[in-house]
Write a protein that binds this ligand. Structure first.
Ligand code: TA6
Length: 296
């Protein structure tokens, strides 16, 4: 999806502008080190492309950009729950309209901050006060920080994921290490399993790894790079690829879309809404993913 040749609706600085694609307003960053795009709908990173490299983030060519549906691809912000614990699936943050709060530059690159607070609409779905901030730092690496603050006087439980779709040259020739030994297999009714330390996929996968290493490496020979994924504030890392059958069942993914994507997600997993991680009154929690492309 070429978001970089679209004209700017408004120019905010030398590096940051706002563009429009279908019904979406998108914050676009073009700097010396990298370019990136973040939709206000969902607070959704749609692209992160270091200079002279293919995009690190996969976007579905069939994604629905109507400002209502969840965007297929990118980095969906799943919050205040991960998965189908309640409706809508993966929470409401990924289909809410976020506000641009600030943009600035630091020694690492450009930082954009978006915000989402509770409203009558969110309290009808989830009866809690919250203040979310999403910091997206774009430079030699992509760092996404979901800062969740509880301004109320009552603790609330949450689960969440930064549901990153990595862009890979060919899913069958990518080797992933660092997911850890133990996982819950959604494709086997939530069975607890043990797996190999290196993964090369040849079929659908939907696993919640409960003891991931500090760094996960996705080695992609076709693109001559390794994507290093480092997560913080998580208790699990999810790996997902729907393969051909799953892709063809989705209206917003082409049948062959699965061939060039791999979801590696920084996740706070909980089996139920009530047993989620608690954020005490007045406290905050940060869920972070940092993706560093390493080239030879
Ligand atoms: O993170 C993996 C997962 O929860 C899978 O079970 C799969 O359904 C995927 O997310 C996509 O969910 P979505 O609601 O975006 O179709």
């Amino acid at each position: 999806m070429d978001l970089y040749s679209l004209p700017a609706l408004s120019v905010l600085s030398d590096t940051v502008s706002i563009i429009e694609k279908d019904a979406l307003k998108i914050v676009r960053i073009i700097s010396g080190k990298a370019r990136a795009a973040i939709a206000l709908h969902g607070g959704h990173v749609m692209s992160y492309q270091p200079s002279d490299q293919p995009d690190v983030i996969w976007m579905s060519e069939a994604a629905i950009l109507d400002g209502k549906a969840a965007i297929r691809g990118g980095v969906p912000v799943c919050w205040p729950w991960f998965g189908g614990l309640a409706s809508p699936s993966h929470g409401f943050a990924r289909t809410s309209e976020w506000q641009l709060i600030e943009h600035r530059e630091n020694e690492n690159g450009v930082v954009v901050c978006l915000g989402l607070n509770d409203s009558q609409q969110t309290r009808d779905i989830w009866p809690h006060q919250f203040e979310l901030k999403l910091y997206v730092e774009v430079g030699d690496q992509l760092k996404i920080t979901l800062d969740m603050h509880n301004p109320s006087e009552v603790a609330w439980p949450f689960s969440a994921a930064l549901h990153t779709y990595l862009n890979v040259s060919d899913i069958t020739s990518v080797t992933t290490s660092g997911m850890g030994p133990n996982y819950i297999d959604k494709l086997q009714d939530g069975k607890t399993c043990q797996g190999d330390s290196e993964l090369v996929l040849s079929h659908a996968i939907d696993r919640i790894y409960t003891q991931p290493s500090a760094s996960i490496h996705v080695e992609d020979k076709g693109y001559e790079r390794t994507l290093k994924v480092e997560n913080q504030g998580h208790n699990a890392a999810v790996m997902w690829n729907p393969w051909e059958e799953g892709a063809s069942a989705m209206a917003d993914m082409n049948d062959n879309g699965y061939q060039t994507m791999l979801c590696v997600e920084s996740t706070v997993f909980s089996p139920s809404l009530e047993s989620g991680q608690l954020v005490a009154a007045g406290e905050s929690h940060q869920l972070i993913t940092t993706i560093t492309p390493i080239t030879a």
